[in-house]
Design a protein around this ligand. Structure first.
Ligand code: FES
Length: 153
């Protein structure tokens, strides 16, 4: 291999390598910065049959960013996991049997009623209906949570 062709090969190899590295950087940056599809925003989510919702605890529905909560055999709530204070995700804590927001300490009952903290109201609720035996959550149908001191009716 002559000096010129070797130099040409190395030059091309460097350019290709740099190009691949730059492409990887762009892809990685885009992956980190791209807006995430807002799960649970204005979506219709088919979930489970009513008898599949546990009587104790909650059933998490990530696609709706919420939970199904069986109040009794007649009533199942679809609660938004978005804290009514500043929007943190509110997890259900099995040990306490309530929702505890990790951001500023708001607490809610299993039914999403306000207990304490800076949240202005209980957890918001989504509209639901049973279609062909399956609970369907409509996250565009948001019912504001009850004010502190009152319970969801
Ligand atoms: S975001 Fe939940 S208490 Fe502030």
């Amino acid at each position: 291999m002559s000096d010129m062709s070797r130099r040409s090969f190395l030059s091309t190899a460097w350019k290709v390598s740099f190009g691949l590295l730059a492409a990887a950087g762009v892809i990685t940056t885009w992956d980190l910065l791209k807006p995430t599809l807002a799960a649970g925003v204005d979506v219709i989510v088919k979930t489970v049959t009513p008898d599949a919702v546990p009587s104790a605890g909650v059933l998490e529905v990530p696609a709706a960013r919420g939970y199904l909560v069986k109040v009794d055999e007649e009533e199942i709530l679809a609660l938004s996991e978005v804290c009514t204070h500043l929007g943190c995700r509110v997890p259900y804590i099995d040990e306490s049997g309530q929702f505890d927001c990790p951001c500023h300490g708001s607490k809610f009952t299993r039914e999403g009623d306000y207990i304490e903290g800076p949240a202005p109201r209980g957890m918001d609720e989504y509209g639901t209906e049973v279609v062909e035996g399956v609970i369907v959550i409509d996250t565009s149908d948001v019912i504001a949570g009850p004010a502190p001191g009152s319970e969801r009716t």
